[in-house]
Design a binder for this molecule. Structure first.
Ligand SMILES: Cc1cc2nc3c(=O)[nH]c(=O)nc-3n(C[C@H](O)[C@H](O)[C@H](O)COP(=O)(O)OP(=O)(O)OC[C@H]3O[C@@H](n4cnc5c(N)ncnc54)[C@H](O)[C@@H]3O)c2cc1C
Length: 602
């Protein structure tokens, strides 16, 4: 039986039946085609989820770019292979065009399209492009397209855009030293990117384009389209698996399917790599271009890196502060990796959960922008292990490698269950939980004013430096989805909008884990107690004092809960808020809501 309030239930039913449905406006979808309002027919694959209005009203589904939230039946249709996964579309476009692509002759240049692979070292597609150019004796050209609409649709944080633009400047300089130009261009309308890339190929007389695969849905579909269009025009695009160490789709569980649980997946990942050591081979940066490139493509060497789009610009003070905190580019990535492997990796296992210690690598920004390949990182860690294996030996090294592997794991999940990239939880039935959309609670969470010091410290760390410690990411995500019962997708969105290391798969995976709606999640009845988490992982309150200055003077254990531990006057005078919810009651509410939401789907 449903425990949803009768008026809300009626509203949802009415929405599903088309009563009070969205206005009749046309919207652009991810593919650039025109979509009208949700199809409220009886076809379960086309009917939106009953609560689609909630996800639109609260900025979860961006109707400017995407259709309404799909039904659970549609999500499951991917699982039963009724709907093709985007990777299958790409693979099939590549297979159909394979023969034609082989016949195409190399033109006046070979082009590498940089995306989230902003480095010259160990870059698979760049290496392939460079080899192709070398064999044909023609120049290699680097291309980067800035797509402000993609930044908007993908919620890219200004701090992340800033990091990428600073990295592009470094990449441009490094490539120029090899007489390779990097052409950076802004394409305002995302649906024009494909045509613009084709036009540029025409201008440069190039017939071969190389790119590394990005596994998000928009990108896979765009690349599938590009492969088909290129084939029609006698052009070639070659794509490479580069972002993961083991490409998605290769690891199969005992039953032949995709793993949905991390531990057996990780064992299989390690086994596979030990059997296929070539996947850990590092590739050289591109070779020098023929000198003629400087004259033939002179104009391309004059390309300036454009400023960030207006809605993604940082203020001057913030930009300077963050530049000092997060130096960009692949040289910095290598410096950090080397330092971490020399100084901190050995104690990673003990220190990684303590947010007051700088015990982790701080490399996520580099993985996310592709200034460091995961292969390079894992190789460096493995080689500093006396066993020279991915498992065994130093516990710090083993643990760190297994954390980097989570990144691969979540990308594999994204490829196999693409609806996680379309605002659906991995377990579709979790779409039926009746979330709260309490704006005051959400604002307090965002601004670090919940009255739970560990949560507030973490949220302020994020706002200040664009990064948050992993333990704290779990604490605040659990707090948002369980204690506040807010729709976890609002938190997921907020993270993407603020993280310098925002990576769709890892962020979605982390939120899915903490909100118990994802692959290999915490069971929903296991709810973090923020006070216990605080006492365990920040025992002396150092992290809290650093980020919540109102509590700087609070002594001893009162730091974790000033109002209930005798420091209320002090906290109150300093302007620190009281709890916005009471944990015990909030826990009961969450348990009931999760239970009834999940049961409603049966
Ligand atoms: C709610 C939530 C949201 C998250 N969002 C992101 C995100 O947008 N981008 C992102 O890179 N990571 C995300 N993570 C994972 C993790 O918090 C960060 O990767 C880590 O804090 C980065 O710091 P580090 O580089 O010092 O990590 P280290 O501890 O040094 O780990 C090394 C690398 O391993 C990978 N890694 C470690 N833990 C995880 C994990 N749980 N999941 C996936 N990869 C992992 C990262 O690439 C990281 O840089 C999220 C986790 C949670 C719980």
């Amino acid at each position: 039986m449903s425990t949803m309030a009768p008026d809300k239930l009626a509203k949802r039913k009415a929405q599903a039946n088309g009563e009070d449905a969205a206005s009749g406006k046309k919207h652009k979808t991810a593919l650039g085609s025109s979509s009208t309002d949700p199809d409220l027919s009886t076809n379960p694959l086309r009917t939106p989820h009953p609560s689609y209005h909630d996800s639109e009203e609260h900025g979860i589904v961006l109707r400017k770019f995407y259709p309404s939230e799909m039904s659970n039946a549609r999500a499951r249709a991917y699982n039963s292979n009724e709907l093709p996964r985007p990777i299958e579309l790409l693979n099939s476009a590549l297979a159909t065009s394979a023969v034609a692509r082989e016949k195409v002759k190399v033109g006046n240049a070979v082009v590498h399209w940089f995306k989230m692979d902003l480095r010259t070292r160990d870059n698979r597609a760049l290496y392939m492009a460079s080899e192709k150019a070398r064999e044909a004796g023609v120049p290699l050209i680097g291309l980067y397209i800035i797509s402000p609409q993609d930044f908007e649709a993908h919620l890219t944080a200004p701090v992340r855009v800033d990091f990428m633009l600073r990295t592009l400047e470094i990449l441009r300089r490094d490539l120029a030293q090899l007489d390779i130009p990097l052409w950076v261009e802004t394409v305002d309308n995302r649906s024009h990117v494909v045509n613009r890339v084709m036009d540029l190929m025409g201008e440069w007389g190039a017939s071969h384009l190389f790119a590394n695969i990005e596994y998000e849905v928009d990108e896979l579909r765009r690349e599938a389209k590009l492969v088909r269009l290129f084939a029609q025009k006698g052009l070639v695009i070659e794509v490479a698996h580069d972002a993961c160490i083991v490409p998605p789709g290769l690891l199969k569980s005992g039953s032949g399917g995709q793993y949905a649980v991390y531990s057996p997946w990780f064992r299989s990942w390690v086994r596979y790599l030990h059997d296929h050591l070539e996947l850990l081979e590092l590739l050289d940066p591109p070779g020098r271009n023929p000198e003629s490139a400087r004259t033939t493509f002179a104009k391309l060497f004059d390309c300036d890196i454009p400023p960030a789009p207006e809605n993604k610009k940082l203020g001057e003070e913030e930009a300077q502060r963050l530049e000092a905190l997060w130096p960009a580019g692949e040289h910095e990535a290598m410096r950090r990796l080397t330092k971490f492997c020399e100084e901190d990796i050995g104690t990673y296992k003990e220190n990684r959960n303590m947010p007051f210690i700088s015990g982790t690598s701080n490399l996520s920004v580099h993985f996310a922008s592709g200034t460091l390949s995961a292969r390079t990182a894992v190789r460096a860690a493995r080689d500093s292990n006396n066993t020279k294996k991915l498992d065994g030996g130093n516990p710090g090294i083993q643990t760190w490698i297994s954390e980097v592997a989570w990144r691969d794991f979540y990308k594999h999940v994204l490829v196999h269950w693409p609806y996680v990239c379309m605002n659906k939880p991995f377990k579709p039935e979790y779409s039926n939980i009746e979330w709260s959309y309490n704006g005051e609670h959400f604002d307090a969470w965002k601004e670090g004013r919940t009255g739970f010091p560990i949560v507030d410290a973490a949220m302020r760390q994020l706002r200040s430096i664009g990064w948050m410690h992993n333990r704290c990411r779990m604490i605040v995500a659990s707090f948002l989805s369980k204690d506040l019962l807010l729709d976890w997708r609002m938190g997921e969105r907020y993270f993407m909008e603020h993280l310098i290391d925002g990576d769709f798969a890892s962020n979605n995976g982390g939120w899915g884990f903490a909100a118990s709606v994802g692959v290999d999640p915490q069971p929903y009845f296991r709810i973090f107690n923020p006070l216990l988490q605080s006492e365990k992982f920040d025992p002396d309150g150092e992290y809290i004092r650093k980020w919540v200055p109102e509590l700087k003077g609070v002594k001893g254990k009162a730091i974790h809960d000033p109002y209930d531990r005798g420091a209320g006057n002090q906290a109150g005078k300093a302007g620190y808020p009281k709890h916005i919810v009471e944990h015990k009651g909030a826990r009961e509410r969450a348990l009931a809501a999760y239970k009834s939401g999940v049961e409603r789907d049966k």
